[in-house]
Design a protein around this ligand. Sequence first.
Ligand SMILES: CC(=O)SCCNC(=O)CCNC(=O)[C@H](O)C(C)(C)COP(=O)(O)OP(=O)(O)OC[C@H]1O[C@@H](n2cnc3c(N)ncnc32)[C@H](O)[C@@H]1OP(=O)(O)O
Ligand SMILES: CC(C)C(=O)C(=O)O
Ligand SMILES: [Mg+2]
Length: 523
Amino acid sequence: MTTDIDADRVLIFDTTLRDGEQSPGATMSHAEKLEIAEMLDEMGVDIIEAGFPIASEGDFTAVRAIAERAKDATICGLARANITDIDRAWEAVAPARSPRIHTFIGTSPLHRAIPNLDMDQMAERIHETVTHARNLCDNIQWSPMDATRTEWDFLKRTVEIAIKAGATTINIPDTVGYTAPVESAELIRRLIAEVDGGEDVIFATHCHNDLGMATANSLAAVAGGARQIECTINGLGERAGNTALEEVVMALRVRRDIMPWSTRIDTTKIMNISRRVAAVSGFPVQFNKAIVGKNAFAHESGIHQDGMLKNAETFEIMRPSDVGLKETSLVMGKHSGRAALRSKLKELGYEVGDNQLKDVFVRFKALADRKKEVYDEDLEALMREQAGGEDTLSLKFLRVICGTEAPQSADMTLTIDGVDHQVTAQGDGPVDAVFKAVKELVTHEARLQLYQVHAVTEGTDAQATVTVRLDEAGRIVTGQSSDTDTVVASAKAYIAALNRLLVKRASSPEGNDTKVVSYRDAV
Ligand SMILES: CC(=O)SCCNC(=O)CCNC(=O)[C@H](O)C(C)(C)COP(=O)(O)OP(=O)(O)OC[C@H]1O[C@@H](n2cnc3c(N)ncnc32)[C@H](O)[C@@H]1OP(=O)(O)O
Ligand SMILES: CC(C)C(=O)C(=O)O
Ligand SMILES: [Mg+2]
């Protein structure tokens, strides 16, 4: 049983694989569920709600497989308030070292109407089903679904029945994200104080994020006496999602001064599992999502970057390493200032004096006004321009034949070190033909890591911006170009990336290794 926990401990109940998977389109495969469950177990989640075994054969098999493999976590399966669901849930979780059955029924007026039960009939159903579950398993969680919209007297009555019938955890769901922090804390406080047997069970909080208050409501419930938070990775879940695990765990860690409750979570595993859940569920994490968003530890504004360089605590309340990130990222863009530019150039191997910095800064700002983000290679190009260097490769002429009849071909003239070279190549589509033409003249072993086209304006004459990223033995370079002709933009972006690869090669300790990029005479 899990009722014996230290007064300052909060149990983390993860329902990514059950409530999280209920997000439309978030279905995960059997293998993916096993992988996520293993990661949750390893990061110190206390209880994993692995699924709803009656829902399908696949759900049952996944819950059972997770139960068989779990090392430390309690494995829980969901069941409606009926004998068949409960038996099926028990069959699935029974192999676990620590199994739990979670059974629920909607207690609010709106939800009582779903199975069409009056209050007395529902009370009887709760007694029967929780008793049945408790005869199978000694770890029973019971939830009055839509508790926050249930009449107080009926909520109290049903919770008392469930406790008497043997429930060890009483979960109070805010099923539709309706409550607010003050109310959330007060409800739990009142239940613990007034419910017969309330002191002998663990109260849990299960919040949804319809009004963006799931994290606040969960933490308020803990302040009111709840000792189990139900949550999901990335806040995945029905509609606006569930409470995000990473948010409550990090809030408890960072503000231990005012919320003196601890969890068992190894927070350094947060980023990794967040990325995995995003990948397997197909739900990308929004850039500005707390803790795990791409921008959660990134700064572009000059004033912030300057502050960060002087003392990271000026603009960050957590260290990136606390959540498993290597480092803060100072993104170079139109809002960056001199301090960040100087630091970035130093990182790239350029020590600049004040005058030189002044000059590069003007050209950097001009470039940043045109581009969303200024990459390291852009800065290298700026430094090279300043030193009077020119790009080795430039596109002089391009004509492409494409259409329904394959093969498509590209006729190209490339200027290499001031000398024109002409080539014709065929490919599977115009872009492939163009890339092959370039490769005919500039042989290299770099792998195409990214080819991305964005229409910058609307209409058929839209300006297209193409980004090409190449990876040559860990040397990653990006080229970008815009043109109303997407194929021309593609050729220029590819050539820009190759120019940067040449620069990187030249400035690397091995020097200009012609094995990686070499030119051959035109055919
Ligand atoms: C807030 C939550 O997250 S609750 C969990 C929601 N998750 C899911 O529903 C995902 C899995 N669900 C499923 O796969 C299916 O709905 C199943 C297998 C559970 C049931 O499928 P079906 O038998 O076809 O029923 P259907 O989904 O159409 O309707 C739900 C039935 O369950 C009943 N029901 C709903 N909740 C409960 C409950 N807690 N206890 C008992 N009965 C319930 C409803 O009254 C309805 O039965 P009725 O048609 O006899 O009135
Ligand atoms: C099944 C219950 C606990 C639920 O997910 C909810 O009420 O939101
Ligand atoms: Mg829910």
